[in-house]
Design a protein around this ligand. Structure first.
Ligand code: GLU
Length: 360
Protein backbone atom coordinates (compact mmCIF):
# COMPACT_ATOMS: atom_id res chain seq x y z
CA UNK A 1 0.00 0.00 0.00
CA UNK A 2 1.52 3.29 -1.08
CA UNK A 3 0.25 6.12 1.12
CA UNK A 4 -0.90 9.55 0.03
CA UNK A 5 -0.15 11.21 3.38
CA UNK A 6 1.99 10.66 6.45
CA UNK A 7 0.41 13.19 8.80
CA UNK A 8 -3.36 13.56 9.01
CA UNK A 9 -6.31 14.63 11.15
CA UNK A 10 -9.44 12.49 11.01
CA UNK A 11 -12.78 13.75 12.25
CA UNK A 12 -15.53 11.25 12.97
CA UNK A 13 -19.04 12.71 13.27
CA UNK A 14 -21.72 11.68 15.76
CA UNK A 15 -23.83 10.21 12.97
CA UNK A 16 -21.08 7.82 11.96
CA UNK A 17 -20.76 6.54 15.51
CA UNK A 18 -24.41 6.24 16.47
CA UNK A 19 -27.17 3.87 15.43
CA UNK A 20 -30.59 5.24 14.51
CA UNK A 21 -31.75 4.65 18.10
CA UNK A 22 -28.92 6.90 19.36
CA UNK A 23 -26.76 4.19 20.95
CA UNK A 24 -23.06 3.96 20.12
CA UNK A 25 -22.36 1.78 17.10
CA UNK A 26 -19.43 -0.19 18.48
CA UNK A 27 -19.10 -2.28 15.30
CA UNK A 28 -18.55 0.90 13.26
CA UNK A 29 -16.14 2.30 15.84
CA UNK A 30 -14.23 -0.92 15.80
CA UNK A 31 -14.01 -0.94 11.97
CA UNK A 32 -12.63 2.61 11.99
CA UNK A 33 -10.18 1.82 14.78
CA UNK A 34 -8.92 -1.20 12.78
CA UNK A 35 -8.19 1.08 9.82
CA UNK A 36 -6.49 3.72 11.97
CA UNK A 37 -4.39 0.96 13.53
CA UNK A 38 -3.18 -0.13 10.07
CA UNK A 39 -2.21 3.47 9.25
CA UNK A 40 -0.53 3.97 12.63
CA UNK A 41 1.56 0.84 12.11
CA UNK A 42 2.60 2.15 8.72
CA UNK A 43 3.97 5.24 10.44
CA UNK A 44 1.14 7.67 9.70
CA UNK A 45 0.92 10.35 12.40
CA UNK A 46 -2.74 10.79 13.14
CA UNK A 47 -4.90 12.94 15.41
CA UNK A 48 -8.45 11.72 15.85
CA UNK A 49 -11.23 14.21 16.51
CA UNK A 50 -14.25 12.26 17.64
CA UNK A 51 -17.77 13.46 18.32
CA UNK A 52 -20.42 11.28 19.86
CA UNK A 53 -20.14 12.20 23.54
CA UNK A 54 -23.48 13.98 23.84
CA UNK A 55 -25.31 11.41 21.71
CA UNK A 56 -23.84 8.56 23.71
CA UNK A 57 -24.64 10.17 27.09
CA UNK A 58 -28.18 10.86 25.95
CA UNK A 59 -28.70 7.25 24.98
CA UNK A 60 -27.41 6.04 28.35
CA UNK A 61 -29.43 8.41 30.53
CA UNK A 62 -32.47 8.84 28.30
CA UNK A 63 -33.65 12.18 26.96
CA UNK A 64 -35.09 14.48 29.61
CA UNK A 65 -36.96 17.12 27.64
CA UNK A 66 -37.72 19.14 30.77
CA UNK A 67 -34.06 19.74 31.42
CA UNK A 68 -32.45 22.99 30.28
CA UNK A 69 -30.45 22.54 27.05
CA UNK A 70 -27.18 23.57 28.65
CA UNK A 71 -27.75 21.17 31.56
CA UNK A 72 -28.49 18.45 29.04
CA UNK A 73 -25.28 19.06 27.12
CA UNK A 74 -23.19 19.16 30.28
CA UNK A 75 -24.69 16.04 31.76
CA UNK A 76 -24.78 13.96 28.59
CA UNK A 77 -21.27 14.88 27.52
CA UNK A 78 -19.80 14.15 30.98
CA UNK A 79 -21.25 10.65 30.91
CA UNK A 80 -20.94 10.03 27.17
CA UNK A 81 -17.32 11.15 26.85
CA UNK A 82 -16.29 8.69 29.58
CA UNK A 83 -17.99 5.90 27.68
CA UNK A 84 -16.60 7.00 24.32
CA UNK A 85 -12.98 7.18 25.43
CA UNK A 86 -13.35 3.86 27.25
CA UNK A 87 -14.35 2.21 24.00
CA UNK A 88 -11.51 3.82 22.08
CA UNK A 89 -9.08 2.75 24.78
CA UNK A 90 -10.22 -0.88 24.64
CA UNK A 91 -10.46 -1.05 20.85
CA UNK A 92 -7.00 0.45 20.25
CA UNK A 93 -5.54 -1.70 23.03
CA UNK A 94 -6.43 -4.79 21.02
CA UNK A 95 -3.94 -3.50 18.45
CA UNK A 96 -1.36 -2.67 21.14
CA UNK A 97 -1.89 1.07 20.53
CA UNK A 98 -2.22 3.67 23.29
CA UNK A 99 -4.60 6.59 23.02
CA UNK A 100 -4.78 9.75 25.11
CA UNK A 101 -7.71 12.07 25.65
CA UNK A 102 -7.55 15.78 24.82
CA UNK A 103 -10.58 17.85 25.77
CA UNK A 104 -10.33 21.40 24.58
CA UNK A 105 -12.22 24.67 24.25
CA UNK A 106 -12.22 27.61 21.90
CA UNK A 107 -10.42 29.79 24.42
CA UNK A 108 -7.43 27.44 24.17
CA UNK A 109 -6.84 28.76 20.66
CA UNK A 110 -7.12 32.43 21.59
CA UNK A 111 -3.65 33.45 22.66
CA UNK A 112 -0.49 32.39 20.90
CA UNK A 113 0.79 30.97 24.21
CA UNK A 114 -2.23 28.72 24.76
CA UNK A 115 -2.16 27.72 21.12
CA UNK A 116 1.48 26.66 21.22
CA UNK A 117 0.94 24.90 24.52
CA UNK A 118 -1.84 22.85 22.99
CA UNK A 119 0.19 22.11 19.89
CA UNK A 120 3.03 20.92 22.09
CA UNK A 121 0.68 18.60 23.98
CA UNK A 122 -0.45 16.85 20.81
CA UNK A 123 3.03 16.77 19.31
CA UNK A 124 4.49 15.14 22.41
CA UNK A 125 1.76 12.49 22.21
CA UNK A 126 2.53 11.83 18.54
CA UNK A 127 6.27 11.69 19.24
CA UNK A 128 5.54 8.97 21.80
CA UNK A 129 3.28 7.01 19.42
CA UNK A 130 0.15 7.88 21.38
CA UNK A 131 -2.92 8.73 19.31
CA UNK A 132 -4.64 11.90 20.59
CA UNK A 133 -8.43 11.51 20.71
CA UNK A 134 -9.79 15.04 20.76
CA UNK A 135 -13.23 16.44 21.55
CA UNK A 136 -14.61 19.72 22.77
CA UNK A 137 -14.91 19.93 26.53
CA UNK A 138 -18.69 20.20 26.34
CA UNK A 139 -19.12 19.77 30.09
CA UNK A 140 -17.63 23.15 30.96
CA UNK A 141 -17.54 25.15 27.73
CA UNK A 142 -19.75 28.25 27.72
CA UNK A 143 -22.44 28.21 25.01
CA UNK A 144 -21.46 31.52 23.38
CA UNK A 145 -17.81 30.52 23.27
CA UNK A 146 -18.18 27.08 21.76
CA UNK A 147 -16.89 25.82 18.44
CA UNK A 148 -19.65 25.85 15.84
CA UNK A 149 -19.20 22.07 15.78
CA UNK A 150 -16.43 19.50 15.68
CA UNK A 151 -15.83 20.23 11.99
CA UNK A 152 -14.53 23.63 13.05
CA UNK A 153 -12.49 22.04 15.83
CA UNK A 154 -10.96 19.49 13.46
CA UNK A 155 -10.03 22.27 11.03
CA UNK A 156 -8.26 24.16 13.80
CA UNK A 157 -6.39 21.02 14.83
CA UNK A 158 -5.36 20.18 11.24
CA UNK A 159 -4.10 23.73 10.78
CA UNK A 160 -2.37 23.91 14.16
CA UNK A 161 -0.61 20.55 13.69
CA UNK A 162 0.50 21.34 10.11
CA UNK A 163 -1.28 18.26 8.81
CA UNK A 164 -1.02 17.22 5.18
CA UNK A 165 -4.69 16.28 5.09
CA UNK A 166 -7.93 16.54 7.03
CA UNK A 167 -10.50 13.80 6.54
CA UNK A 168 -14.02 14.61 7.70
CA UNK A 169 -16.10 11.45 8.02
CA UNK A 170 -19.84 11.98 7.90
CA UNK A 171 -22.78 9.74 7.02
CA UNK A 172 -22.95 10.77 3.35
CA UNK A 173 -20.47 10.27 0.53
CA UNK A 174 -19.57 13.94 0.10
CA UNK A 175 -21.15 17.12 -1.25
CA UNK A 176 -23.80 16.40 -3.86
CA UNK A 177 -24.69 18.57 -6.84
CA UNK A 178 -28.36 18.22 -5.83
CA UNK A 179 -30.38 16.68 -3.04
CA UNK A 180 -28.59 13.57 -1.68
CA UNK A 181 -31.91 11.65 -1.82
CA UNK A 182 -32.42 12.44 -5.52
CA UNK A 183 -30.96 9.51 -7.52
CA UNK A 184 -29.86 11.93 -10.26
CA UNK A 185 -27.56 13.80 -7.87
CA UNK A 186 -23.88 13.01 -7.87
CA UNK A 187 -21.05 13.66 -5.47
CA UNK A 188 -18.85 16.58 -6.52
CA UNK A 189 -15.49 14.81 -6.60
CA UNK A 190 -13.19 17.81 -6.59
CA UNK A 191 -13.57 21.43 -5.53
CA UNK A 192 -10.78 23.79 -6.45
CA UNK A 193 -9.84 27.16 -5.00
CA UNK A 194 -12.40 29.84 -5.72
CA UNK A 195 -15.04 27.39 -7.01
CA UNK A 196 -18.46 28.39 -5.66
CA UNK A 197 -20.56 25.44 -4.54
CA UNK A 198 -22.97 27.34 -2.29
CA UNK A 199 -25.92 26.49 -4.57
CA UNK A 200 -25.43 22.81 -3.82
CA UNK A 201 -25.23 23.00 -0.07
CA UNK A 202 -28.22 21.50 1.69
CA UNK A 203 -29.29 23.40 4.77
CA UNK A 204 -30.62 20.26 6.47
CA UNK A 205 -28.53 18.93 9.32
CA UNK A 206 -27.69 15.37 10.24
CA UNK A 207 -29.65 14.26 13.29
CA UNK A 208 -27.16 13.70 16.11
CA UNK A 209 -24.38 16.25 15.70
CA UNK A 210 -24.30 20.04 15.71
CA UNK A 211 -22.73 20.49 12.28
CA UNK A 212 -24.08 20.50 8.75
CA UNK A 213 -22.78 20.64 5.18
CA UNK A 214 -22.60 24.44 5.20
CA UNK A 215 -20.07 24.61 8.03
CA UNK A 216 -18.20 21.61 6.63
CA UNK A 217 -17.79 23.41 3.30
CA UNK A 218 -16.69 26.70 4.87
CA UNK A 219 -14.15 25.00 7.10
CA UNK A 220 -12.94 22.71 4.30
CA UNK A 221 -12.31 25.67 1.98
CA UNK A 222 -10.47 27.67 4.60
CA UNK A 223 -8.24 24.75 5.55
CA UNK A 224 -7.56 23.83 1.91
CA UNK A 225 -6.56 27.47 1.28
CA UNK A 226 -3.92 27.02 3.97
CA UNK A 227 -2.35 24.21 1.95
CA UNK A 228 -4.02 21.19 3.58
CA UNK A 229 -5.94 18.65 1.43
CA UNK A 230 -9.47 18.15 2.78
CA UNK A 231 -11.75 15.20 2.07
CA UNK A 232 -15.39 14.81 3.08
CA UNK A 233 -16.33 11.14 2.91
CA UNK A 234 -18.70 8.51 4.26
CA UNK A 235 -17.44 7.03 7.54
CA UNK A 236 -20.00 4.23 7.34
CA UNK A 237 -18.43 2.77 4.20
CA UNK A 238 -16.13 -0.22 4.51
CA UNK A 239 -12.44 0.63 4.50
CA UNK A 240 -13.07 4.27 3.70
CA UNK A 241 -9.93 5.56 5.45
CA UNK A 242 -7.60 3.00 3.92
CA UNK A 243 -9.16 3.67 0.52
CA UNK A 244 -8.67 7.43 0.83
CA UNK A 245 -5.06 7.06 1.91
CA UNK A 246 -4.12 4.42 -0.66
CA UNK A 247 -2.67 6.07 -3.77
CA UNK A 248 -3.92 3.23 -5.94
CA UNK A 249 -7.55 3.53 -4.91
CA UNK A 250 -10.24 5.95 -6.04
CA UNK A 251 -12.99 6.14 -3.47
CA UNK A 252 -15.99 8.43 -3.64
CA UNK A 253 -15.49 11.62 -1.64
CA UNK A 254 -15.43 15.37 -2.08
CA UNK A 255 -11.84 16.58 -2.23
CA UNK A 256 -11.10 20.24 -1.55
CA UNK A 257 -7.85 20.75 -3.39
CA UNK A 258 -5.18 22.41 -1.28
CA UNK A 259 -3.74 25.72 -2.33
CA UNK A 260 -0.12 25.44 -3.45
CA UNK A 261 1.04 28.59 -1.70
CA UNK A 262 2.13 27.62 1.79
CA UNK A 263 0.90 29.60 4.77
CA UNK A 264 3.20 30.21 7.75
CA UNK A 265 2.31 28.76 11.11
CA UNK A 266 1.67 32.20 12.63
CA UNK A 267 -0.64 33.12 9.75
CA UNK A 268 -2.57 29.91 10.27
CA UNK A 269 -3.17 30.79 13.89
CA UNK A 270 -4.21 34.34 12.96
CA UNK A 271 -6.56 32.99 10.27
CA UNK A 272 -8.56 31.18 12.95
CA UNK A 273 -8.46 33.94 15.53
CA UNK A 274 -11.23 36.19 14.27
CA UNK A 275 -13.51 35.30 17.17
CA UNK A 276 -10.89 36.53 19.61
CA UNK A 277 -10.28 39.98 18.11
CA UNK A 278 -9.94 42.58 20.87
CA UNK A 279 -10.53 45.71 18.79
CA UNK A 280 -10.81 47.15 15.31
CA UNK A 281 -8.60 49.19 13.02
CA UNK A 282 -10.56 51.08 10.36
CA UNK A 283 -8.68 51.84 7.17
CA UNK A 284 -9.18 54.22 4.25
CA UNK A 285 -9.93 53.13 0.70
CA UNK A 286 -6.32 53.27 -0.50
CA UNK A 287 -5.12 51.11 2.34
CA UNK A 288 -7.97 48.65 1.75
CA UNK A 289 -7.04 48.39 -1.93
CA UNK A 290 -3.37 47.85 -1.17
CA UNK A 291 -4.11 45.24 1.48
CA UNK A 292 -6.47 43.28 -0.76
CA UNK A 293 -4.14 43.43 -3.78
CA UNK A 294 -1.81 40.68 -4.89
CA UNK A 295 1.32 41.99 -3.19
CA UNK A 296 1.99 41.30 0.50
CA UNK A 297 1.85 44.69 2.22
CA UNK A 298 1.79 45.75 5.85
CA UNK A 299 -0.89 47.95 7.38
CA UNK A 300 0.68 51.36 8.01
CA UNK A 301 -0.61 54.07 10.38
CA UNK A 302 -1.03 56.43 7.42
CA UNK A 303 -3.83 54.23 6.05
CA UNK A 304 -5.72 53.92 9.35
CA UNK A 305 -8.63 56.23 10.14
CA UNK A 306 -9.97 55.06 13.47
CA UNK A 307 -9.22 52.64 16.30
CA UNK A 308 -12.04 50.96 18.17
CA UNK A 309 -11.77 49.11 21.48
CA UNK A 310 -8.84 48.67 23.81
CA UNK A 311 -6.05 46.22 23.06
CA UNK A 312 -2.49 45.38 24.00
CA UNK A 313 0.51 44.92 21.70
CA UNK A 314 0.38 41.44 20.09
CA UNK A 315 -3.41 41.13 20.47
CA UNK A 316 -5.52 40.11 17.49
CA UNK A 317 -7.53 42.95 15.93
CA UNK A 318 -10.02 43.14 13.09
CA UNK A 319 -9.35 45.27 10.03
CA UNK A 320 -12.41 47.09 8.75
CA UNK A 321 -12.91 48.97 5.47
CA UNK A 322 -14.68 52.33 4.96
CA UNK A 323 -18.01 50.67 4.28
CA UNK A 324 -17.79 48.71 7.54
CA UNK A 325 -16.81 45.53 5.75
CA UNK A 326 -14.42 43.20 7.63
CA UNK A 327 -11.24 42.80 5.56
CA UNK A 328 -9.34 40.43 7.80
CA UNK A 329 -7.47 40.09 11.07
CA UNK A 330 -3.91 40.62 12.25
CA UNK A 331 -1.57 40.73 15.23
CA UNK A 332 -1.05 44.35 16.15
CA UNK A 333 2.36 45.84 16.95
CA UNK A 334 1.17 48.65 19.25
CA UNK A 335 -1.33 48.94 22.08
CA UNK A 336 -4.54 50.84 21.33
CA UNK A 337 -3.33 54.08 22.99
CA UNK A 338 -0.16 54.24 20.88
CA UNK A 339 -2.07 53.16 17.76
CA UNK A 340 -4.48 56.10 18.23
CA UNK A 341 -1.56 58.49 18.56
CA UNK A 342 -0.10 57.30 15.28
CA UNK A 343 -3.33 57.40 13.24
CA UNK A 344 -2.82 58.87 9.78
CA UNK A 345 0.90 59.56 10.38
CA UNK A 346 3.47 58.90 7.68
CA UNK A 347 6.83 57.16 8.00
CA UNK A 348 5.90 55.05 10.99
CA UNK A 349 6.44 51.34 11.61
CA UNK A 350 3.44 49.24 10.54
CA UNK A 351 0.47 48.76 12.83
CA UNK A 352 0.38 45.19 11.52
CA UNK A 353 3.29 43.62 9.68
CA UNK A 354 2.35 41.64 6.56
CA UNK A 355 3.65 38.41 8.12
CA UNK A 356 1.01 38.81 10.83
CA UNK A 357 -1.89 39.73 8.61
CA UNK A 358 -4.64 37.45 7.40
CA UNK A 359 -6.99 38.90 4.80
CA UNK A 360 -10.27 37.27 3.85
N1 GLU B 1 -18.69 17.64 20.90
C1 GLU B 1 -19.95 17.06 20.55
C2 GLU B 1 -20.04 15.62 21.05
O1 GLU B 1 -19.06 14.98 21.29
C3 GLU B 1 -20.19 17.02 19.07
C4 GLU B 1 -20.26 18.35 18.38
C5 GLU B 1 -20.66 18.16 16.91
O2 GLU B 1 -21.71 17.58 16.68
O3 GLU B 1 -19.93 18.55 16.02
O4 GLU B 1 -21.12 15.11 21.19
Amino acid sequence: MSLRFKRIAVKIGSNVLTRPDGTLDITRMSALVDQIAVLHKKGVELVLVSSGAVASGRSILGLNKKMDVVDQRQLYSAVGQAKLINHYWDLFREHGITVGQVLTMKENFSSRRHYLNQRNCMQVMLDNHVIPVVNENDTVSVSELMFTDNDELSGLIASMMDMEALIILSNIDGIYNGSPVDPASQVIREISKGQDVSDFIQSSKSSFGRGGMATKTTIARKIADEGIEVYIANGKKENILLGLLDKKEEVISTHFVASREGVSSVKKWIAHSEGFAKGEIHVNENAAKALCGDKAVSLLPVGATCIEGEFEKDDIVKIVGEDGQALGVGKVQYDSRKARELLGRKNQKPLIHCDYLYLE
